[in-house]
Design a protein around this ligand. Structure first.
Ligand code: BDR
Ligand code: CA
Length: 313
């Protein structure tokens, strides 16, 4: 096997963030250099606690967790306890994590890592608001040219929004940060709601995860059952969308997804559509292609991959 691909996971766990972290931990093709946390689904202190709980569920206390931004660059923080529960990780019984948080700030860890590792070797996987990445770019703009790729869960276009009619949560929370990332020149792959609304936690799929029976799988199933309760009410489907693990699945099996290179701009001024990702899917402007925007996914293949990898934990 070739050298594992080096990644930093920037996250606001979140049950679906937990699924993404577990998928990465179960995959030898990936080397997690660190996990950075950001305020999003719940405040920073809780996302930082949750990231460590997930690692402890998986027995992977060797992976370091760095806390980052406490809130968006230019706006008050909007959280999503109505989706994820009070802890952000409702479902399983949650313990106080034993492993420490690192003293270094997430933004400095991101900068330092990108400067230390050979240029073009580190991939950023973002599962929450893009605040940490935007702050790192502001502090050390030269890192943009060193990132291999940034694969993000965020945005939506044909599917509309999930926190307002126009905006997806991760981009809505910090539109200024997202806008800075889209103009940075970093090669971006975007997993919008158009993809994630097609990977539903159907009962048959959750049962396959339950059959694994190891501790991470048991915790994940309990999380998904909580998460799903909300989503079934909202989407009227047998199971809710499992957003964030699509980012990791793309690194492992890009052929599960299809999309096209587009220009993406983020609305930052209109109160009605703040955080909307305006995707030039039909190439009606001459604006620069700045992201590969995914639209289709092989949902069965995605769940088969997730189940197989969680089974290795
Ligand atoms: C995104 O928002 C969060 O609630 C989820 O964890 C996911 O990252 C979906 O819009
Ligand atoms: Ca998330």
């Amino acid at each position: 096997m070739s050298e594992p691909r080096k990644i930093i996971i920037d996250t606001d766990p979140g049950q679906d963030d937990a699924a993404a972290i577990m998928l990465a931990l179960g995959s030898p093709e990936l080397e997690i250099l660190g996990i950075t946390t950001v305020a999003g689904n719940v405040p920073l202190s809780r996302t930082s606690t949750n990231a460590r709980i997930i690692l402890e569920f998986c027995g992977r206390t060797d992976i370091k967790v760095f806390a980052g931004a406490e809130g968006p660059i230019a706006r008050p923080l909007v959280t999503a306890e109505h989706v994820h529960g009070k802890t952000g990780l409702d479902g399983p019984e949650l313990h106080e994590p034993q492993m420490p948080l690192q003293p270094q700030h997430a933004v400095d860890f991101i900068i330092e890592t990108l400067k230390r590792e050979p240029a073009g070797t580190v991939t950023l996987c973002t599962l929450g608001p893009l605040t940490n990445i935007a702050l790192a770019l502001e502090k050390a703009p030269e890192i943009a040219g060193r990132v291999r790729e940034l694969v993000m869960m965020g945005g939506g276009f044909f599917e509309g929004g999930n926190i307002t009619p126009a905006a997806e949560f991760n981009v809505y929370v910090d539109p200024e940060a997202a806008a800075a990332v889209f103009i940075s020149g970093i090669p971006i792959v975007m997993m919008p709601l158009d993809v994630t609304h097609k990977v539903l936690t159907l009962k048959s799929r959750v049962e396959k995860l339950r059959a694994i029976g190891n501790r991470p799988a048991r915790a994940l199933v309990e999380m998904l059952e909580f998460f799903e309760r909300f989503d079934v009410e909202k989407y009227g489907s047998d199971g809710g969308p499992l957003h964030d693990p699509t980012v990791i699945a793309y690194l492992l099996k890009p052929d599960l997804f299809s999309g096209r290179d587009c220009n993406v701009e983020v609305e930052t001024t209109s109160p009605l559509t703040a955080g909307m990702t305006v995707v030039d899917w039909w190439q009606v402007t001459g604006r620069r292609h700045n992201a590969r925007v995914m639209k289709e996914v092989d949902a069965e293949g995605f769940f088969a991959l997730l189940t197989e990898r969680v089974g290795r934990l």
